[in-house]
Design a binder for this molecule. Sequence first.
Ligand SMILES: Nc1ncnc2c1ncn2[C@@H]1O[C@H](COP(=O)(O)OP(=O)(O)OP(=O)(O)O)[C@@H](O)[C@H]1O
Ligand SMILES: [Mg+2]
Length: 337
Amino acid sequence: MEQTIKAAPEPLLEIKNLKTYFFLERATVKAVNGVNLTLGRQSTLGVVGESGCGKSVTAHSIMRLIKEPPGKIVEGEMLLHQDDGKIVDLAKLNPRGQQIRSIRGGQIAMIFQEPMTSLNPLHTVGDQIAEVVMLHQDVTKKGALERAEEMLDRVHISAPGQRLHEYPHQLSGGMRQRVMIALALSCNPKILVADEPTTALDVTVQAQILELMRELQQEFDSSIMLITHNLGVVSQMADQIAVMYLGKVVEFADARTLFHNPKHPYTEGLLKSVPVLGRKTKTLIPIRGMVPNATDDIQGCAFADRCPHRMQICNEQMPELKLMDGNGHLVACWLHE
Ligand SMILES: Nc1ncnc2c1ncn2[C@@H]1O[C@H](COP(=O)(O)OP(=O)(O)OP(=O)(O)O)[C@@H](O)[C@H]1O
Ligand SMILES: [Mg+2]
């Protein structure tokens, strides 16, 4: 499973120091607490990390779907490099305004972690796709339904003309996931944010969906931000990988470097704790300890308590993401200062 190291692609979406908090009565949840990452043109970025580390909140922040209150983007930039050369900071847009509504679904589309939250049980599959198409393109209902049928065909749903008239509950899990992909890609978005697109599916269907995403990415020249806690999935799909820990990116590298030369002890721990295709692992070693609470104020490195290499400074100061080499390998760890 050799991959060649590709030159870092041109940036399409740059997230800088993104902070998204939830202001609850009893505490503030710092769900995303200074995320930095870059999604390149025509590439797939894998975002991995344990449950609760802020992957979905990052995705919802990009889409500006964080419910306010209690949520709020309190700091940071999300720079979308548009085809006309203009750069839009998604963090600055009015979440209910016209501009984000035309970007959402048009330039950036998302596949949600729970398919049934984004598919409306009361409307047919065809009507739902057609509605999105009509929102973004100047077409008639008839034209939009034709586009919907074409998209169902593209995601390999058989008898698409018939399926158009069915409701989400009439479809299997794998088929619903395909419908979500059809819906997301119906307006040919530059960026597809896929939040655990295959977690609920059995292994065979999972492989089909991933293959389909790869195929469509090539055809549509789009970029994918693939969120998953499944390292096997990212190893098959991603060009670059961002490893998140408690609301931050702690390591960022091209996939090959990350798998063969991880620098952050958390990344090393992750790789040792799960079997990964094509990687020799003798025994699986779970990472000891627990992720701290996202409500705690942590002074030093958030991983320090669990880290086998902890030093004095790790308890005192938070390490920043630093460049390791000329290939864009970034690590936030005092071991590599
Ligand atoms: N609406 C909300 N109100 C309060 N806290 C929230 C809300 N949404 C998310 N959080 C908290 O933010 C943190 C990050 O959640 P997030 O859903 O982004 O995790 P995740 O990395 O996607 O995890 P998983 O792998 O389980 O999907 C968690 O501590 C979660 O409890
Ligand atoms: Mg999630």
